[in-house]
Design a protein around this ligand. Structure first.
Ligand code: G6P
Length: 630
């Protein structure tokens, strides 16, 4: 989603801003722009529809001087994606320039009031309303820019991260946030500003995360000044970044998505490091250990997430119910937050979010927190908003995920949730046995110690087994070419692999623009079977597990209707191999861990189909990596 970059210091701002915009490209956007105050005190704004490269081409012969500037990638909300609506926006007098992430919900009322005062508007954006309001406040209340920003934001309903320049004060950069992330980087006599740390990491590892309703004033030679919009002074908390530049490069791969798919053996090893101890047959998850009783006493666990993270949540439902026998509900955050959900004090709410910034998930846990539930979050980006407001949690530690379509973050979420399910199940059994003084199978939890140990040992094998699946990349790339004609795909799976079918379908939709649906295999008879023909490829996730025979019957039903089947099966499978058109084998593993292997070929299949179709794999149209608006 929209990206913000800002710079104030002694260096030329333009190259830093452009490089920063490139670093933020992964978030998804449809236009870009930059504002600079040159040494003569002129405020220049350049904007272009499309990629940052288009902006660079446009600005190539323009005045790009200046040591202070702001830049933006816009993901359209109000007004179509074109140059006029792109940020930065000037104020009426063209003295101020603003960039903005988020949505000003009451912009129409504010705009009407400003129009009555004679203000005119060039764009359809809510952002232009805000910069006009700031200028109006500054002039009418005779206040400085920071105060005008504070007063204007007091009137705003909605979400924002903003940065503002005033050409009459070329030594000051003002920024503020509510709901949309904003980070300040502290250099030597210079400051950086960005939506996330990726544009900052090559200059400094000292950062300050701006909190909601805080306004920050950056001036060379002065300390960072932070107040709330109500002018309460805050003490900046400087944090150290744990991010390296090499993590942001493609490392020889043609796309970030392919790099991230291939990173999974390592990223999962990182996710499990210090947690899964194969030699001692143990899992140590500090966020669980510190809050054990909350989990063991929970009457219900609610999982809330969006997109791919929601699919990880569905897999967790199977694992937690199987091992811990606690009822689990998996909710789309966007629905949960608005449907007046029943939340009790003894509920545990698990929020899953790669970015840790998804607006709906953030709002969902704020609601659950107000009602007294315990919030545990599974996030990748350290220090993001969701982990910060959670009671406890577990970072996935897979490094930055740049490809918009989530891959390595998904498998790490599944690992984190599986570790959690195993911890809850085991501790619950130990507690029940202590209370009843028996191992009576009727009163104890179904997760036996033998099963726990087996799964822990198997978790340790997963990175190597993923490596074996990745070994089939070339073959998957070859047969992917056969399917670029398709307009529609169906993905089928059961049990733990039903969410995998949905995730496979989502990957294909996201990056190849082919319509795809994920279905529980047995539900096929209740509708999708009507669609089956030679033109409709069906991907069936059919590893050897509890419902294997039933899935084989589904494949036969598809073949009887001349459907073309791509099947993901366990190594050595003979039954499905005989009837399916294409086979991808994954190594044998515990049933609860099969998603970690079966999802890999589906990621690769989507990737190769999109590449052959010539799609922009890493930045698919209309999609955003971090969805910070509802
Ligand atoms: C966007 C991304 C998806 C992601 C979803 C949830 O739609 O494109 O890849 O799964 O947001 O994001 P989160 O950061 O909360 O996991």
């Amino acid at each position: 989603m929209c990206g913000i970059v800002g710079y104030i210091g002694k260096r030329k701002a333009y190259p830093i801003l452009i490089k920063g915009l490139h670093r933020l490209e992964y978030r998804g956007y449809d236009s870009a722009g930059v504002a600079l105050i040159n040494p003569e005190g002129q405020l220049n704004i350049y904007k272009a529809k499309g990629k940052v490269a288009a902006l660079e081409a446009f600005a190539a012969d323009k005045d790009i001087e200046g040591t202070i500037g702001i830049a933006h990638t816009r993901w359209a909300t109000h007004g179509e994606p074109n140059t006029v609506n792109a940020h930065p926006h000037y104020s009426e007098s063209e003295r101020l320039a603003i960039i903005h992430n988020g949505i000003i919900e009451n912009y129409a009322v504010l705009k009407a009031g400003l129009m009555e005062q004679g203000y005119t508007f060039k764009s359809d954006t809510d952002t232009e309303v805000l910069v006009q309001l700031i200028e109006y406040t500054q002039i009418n209340q005779h206040v400085d820019l920071k105060t005008a920003v504070q007063l204007a934001l007091q009137q705003v309903i909605g979400a924002y991260a903003i940065a503002v320049l005033d050409k009459d004060h070329p030594d000051t950069l003002i920024a503020a946030r509510k709901g949309s992330p904003l980070v300040v980087g502290i250099g030597e006599d210079e400051y950086f500003l960005a939506s996330d740390a990726t544009p900052i990491v090559e200059y400094t590892d000292k950062v300050i995360y701006i909190e909601d309703e805080e306004v920050v004033s950056l001036q060379v030679g002065c300390d960072v000044d932070i107040t709330t919009i109500n002018n309460v002074t805050k003490t900046p908390e400087i944090k150290r970044l744990e991010l390296s530049l090499s993590q942001l490069e493609k490392g020889g791969y043609p796309h970030f998505m392919l790099k991230e798919i291939f990173e999974q053996p390592r990223t999962l090893t990182d996710s499990m490091r210090g947690r899964v101890n194969v030699r001692q047959d143990n899992i140590a998850l500090s966020g669980f250990i510190d809050n054990k009783d909350r989990f063991l006493n929970a009457k219900r666990i609610i999982i809330t997430a969006c997109g791919t993270s929601w699919h990880a949540g569905l897999i967790a439902m199977y694992a937690i119910e199987e091992f811990a026998q606690i009822p689990v509900e998996v909710e789309y955050s966007s629905e949960f937050r608005y449907r007046k959900p029943v939340i009790n004090k003894d509920d545990v709410v698990i929020a899953i979010s790669q970015s840790g910034e998804t607006a709906d998930t953030l709002a969902a846990i704020q609601l659950a927190k107000q009602k007294g539930a315990f919030i545990f979050s599974i996030c990748n980006v350290v220090g993001a908003s969701i982990p910060r407001i959670s009671d406890s949690g577990c970072y996935t530690h897979v490094g930055p995920e740049i490809g918009v379509a989530s891959t390595k973050a998904f498998t790490a979420q599944v690992v984190a949730l599986t570790m959690l399910a195993l911890c809850i199940g085991r501790e619950k059994r130990i507690r029940d046995e202590r209370i009843s003084g028996t191992t009576n199978p009727l009163t104890t939890n179904p997760l036996t110690e033998e099963q726990f140990i087996r799964i822990v040992r198997e978790l340790g094998q997963i990175p190597d087994k993923i490596e074996r699946v990745l070994g089939q990349n070339k073959r998957i790339a070859d047969f992917a070419k056969t399917f670029t004609y398709a307009q529609n795909f169906i993905y089928l799976g059961r049990g733990y692999n039903f969410p995998v079918a949905m995730e496979g379908a989502l990957k294909l939709k996201e990056i190849s623009y082919i319509h795809a649906e994920g279905y529980p295999a047995a539900e096929m008879k209740h509708g999708p079977i009507a669609l089956i023909s030679q033109e409709m490829p069906v991907v069936v996730v059919a590893p050897r597990c509890g419902t294997y025979e039933k899935v084989v019957s589904n494949i036969q039903e598809i073949k009887a209707r001349k459907g073309r089947v791509i099947a993901v099966v366990t190594e050595g499978d003979e039954l499905v191999s005989r009837i399916a058109d294409y086979i991808i084998e994954v190594p044998e593993t515990e049933e609860c861990l099969t998603p970690l292997l079966t999802v890999i070929p589906l990621q690769l299949l989507a990737y190769h189909i999109a590449v052959v179709k010539g799609c922009d794999v890493d930045q698919p149209r209309n999609l955003a990596k971090s969805v910070t608006v509802e």
